[in-house]
Design a protein around this ligand. Structure first.
Ligand code: B12
Length: 221
């Protein structure tokens, strides 16, 4: 088995640390990546590849469910803690974009990564996380005066199952969808704009839209 010290890349080292339940080394990998690359580049070039590596290892049987849970929790705590520690003003600004996964969707780490990228790029964002009731999502949008909504799911059928409620939401707020379950057809079905799975491109698209550049998110799509 690869150990953290003989791993070829930071992602390999973090995967070895996850398998060994070595929280100190896993957190050090996240901290060093953020210090060397900046938080946003670390999220895109280290955290997302790490989560994908954990997923592939889990599918091959090279990473236990317990290690996957451990890795997910350490990453989550870093994303909600250290990764946002210095951006309070931006994250509490008005007219935020509201981010949520629909009922039945527990895979929310990709969306949480996107939340961090948005906030650190100066786009106010509120992250509601997994399994969010859609009436509750609409209530939050009203209370915070949402400028837009982003809904993510890993499986296409999650969007389809909530097509009616999402179409209603899209009549009131610019709605975008992302994640592995999102495609052009289901986006059209729910009245949303499709965000590319490449987070650099999605981030650029949403930042342009938020700054009022019409070449960003096509809110009327
Ligand atoms: C971690 C994990 C879990 C965790 C979720 C932890 C969490 N809070 O997120 C837990 C244990 C809860 C879980 C549960 C289940 N899981 Co699961 N899970 C995974 C795993 C191992 C990793 C997923 C992950 O976080 N990947 C990292 C993300 C960031 O990568 P990604 O999803 O590929 O996303 C890319 C892009 O789509 C984009 N992106 C993602 N989100 C967003 C959002 C926006 C806005 C944008 C712009 C882009 C974007 O960024 C990524 C680019 O690198 C995958 C295996 C895998 N190979 O992915 C299975 C997987 C997703 N799970 C799967 C399944 C089947 C389940 C369960 C049904 C298992 C069960 N029988 O209970 C349940 C479903 C629970 C539910 N109701 O949702 C299947 C889905 C298959 C399918 N498409 O139908 C997978 C693919 C495993 C498999 N091969 O079978 N799972």
């Amino acid at each position: 088995m690869t150990t953290p010290s003989d791993a070829a890349t930071p992602v390999d080292a973090m995967l070895a640390a996850a398998n060994a339940m070595d929280e100190h080394t896993l957190r050090a990998g996240l901290r060093d990546a953020a210090r060397d690359l900046g938080v946003n580049v670390a999220v895109i070039d280290v955290v997302l590849p790490f989560l994908n590596a954990v997923g592939r290892a889990w599918e091959r049987g090279d990473c236990s469910v317990a290690s996957e849970h451990f890795a997910s929790q350490v990453v989550r705590s870093w994303l909600t803690g250290a990764a946002l520690a210095d951006v309070d003003a931006a994250s509490t600004a008005t007219d935020p974009i509201v981010l949520a996964c629909p009922p039945g969707e527990r895979h929310d780490l990709g969306l949480l990564c996107f939340h961090v990228l948005l906030v650190r790029s100066g786009v106010p964002s509120r992250f509601l996380g997994s399994d969010t009731p859609l009436p509750g999502l609409a209530d939050v949008c009203r209370v915070v005066g949402a400028s837009g909504v982003i809904v993510a799911a890993t499986r296409r059928r999650v969007f389809e199952a909530h097509g009616g409620a999402l179409r209603v939401l899209a009549r009131h707020y610019p709605l975008s969808i992302g994640g592995a379950g999102a495609d052009a057809e289901v986006a059209e079905h729910v009245g949303a704009t499709l965000l590319p799975s490449d987070m650099r491109r999605s981030l650029a698209q949403v930042v342009r839209w938020h700054s009022g550049d019409a070449t960003g998110v096509n809110v009327s799509a």
